[in-house]
Design a protein around this ligand. Structure first.
Ligand code: ADP
Ligand code: MG
Length: 253
């Protein structure tokens, strides 16, 4: 694994003004680095500031502090940082193929070439044969696959995933976790994976940062050296799960 830094996050702080007088601090002086090619897990309880932090990495939220992407300051969203959300906003009137190829259309790439690139990512996420289907015809997991293919299609350096499987049933969720890993093995991109599910983070991530309750601060960092694909019931996996769970639940940090 390269130690080349892709995203360098320095002293990020985010404060929301609810009214003129009332402010909520969501993120408090957070610094970390994300290496090229790794799966980086951002873990914290609901409301701890994970989405706020991820949005700042994307360039969606102005904030105090700086995010450097390949040494360049992040100022606004760019296709090189693709977002994957819990519910992907697919275009309901477009087929799977057109949804996936959409970013290419924006870039004015010729139709034939667009279809070839989109097909590659449709195959990669396991949706071969569903090119002409419409989103309404797909299950939740399949819609999520379309969203992931679309994100890859914009040829990003990094995929920013905000609890992408949060609303899926447990079985589908496991399948999606396996898919994310398989896709990552084939098409090495950096992935920042936000979740409140410690097991999910342990299954996927090379490194995990555990956030405190709101306002987010870094409570602990873990390097996960377990071989892939990971065995959810291996003693080491279960030991780490227990350790991180206890840390997450402890008020003292
Ligand atoms: P998480 O993704 O970990 O569940 P969020 O980043 O969504 O947490 O929220 C962290 C805190 O910041 C919460 O207290 C939330 O209410 C607050 N917050 C998030 N976005 C806004 C906003 N746009 N305006 C005001 N408060 C916000
Ligand atoms: Mg969130």
């Amino acid at each position: 694994m390269s130690k080349e830094v892709l995203l360098d996050v320095r002293h990020l702080t985010q404060q929301f003004h609810l009214t003129k007088k009332i402010k909520v601090k969501a993120v408090d002086d957070v610094s970390f680095q994300i290496h090229k090619g790794e799966i980086f897990g951002l873990v914290g309880e609901s409301g701890s500031g994970k989405s706020t932090l991820l949005n700042m990495l994307a360039g969606l939220e102005p904030s105090d502090g700086t995010v450097f992407h390949n040494g360049k300051t992040v100022e606004m969203p760019e296709p090189s940082r693709a977002m994957v959300y819990q519910t992907m906003a697919l275009f309901p009137w477009m087929t799977v193929m057109d949804n996936v190829a959409f970013s290419q259309k924006v870039k004015k790439i010729p139709k034939k070439e667009r279809a070839q690139i989109a097909q590659k990512f449709i195959d990669l996420v396991g949706l071969t044969g569903f090119e002409k289907s419409f989103p309404i015809q797909l299950s939740g997991g399949m819609k999520q696959r379309v969203g992931i293919a679309r994100a890859y299609c914009s040829d990003p350096d990094v995929l920013l995933m905000d609890e992408p499987f949060g609303h899926l049933d447990a079985q589908t969720r496991y399948m999606m976790q396996e898919s994310i890993e398989e896709i990552w093995e084939k098409e090495k991109r950096t992935v920042v994976f936000v979740t409140n599910n410690i097991e999910e983070a342990l299954y996927l991530a090379d490194r995990i940062i555990l956030l405190s309750d709101c306002p987010s601060q870094i409570r602990a960092e873990y390097k996960i050296d377990l071989p892939r694909p990971r065995d959810l019931v291996s003693p080491e996996f279960m030991r780490l799960r227990k350790e991180i769970t206890e840390r997450m639940n402890s008020a003292v940090y």
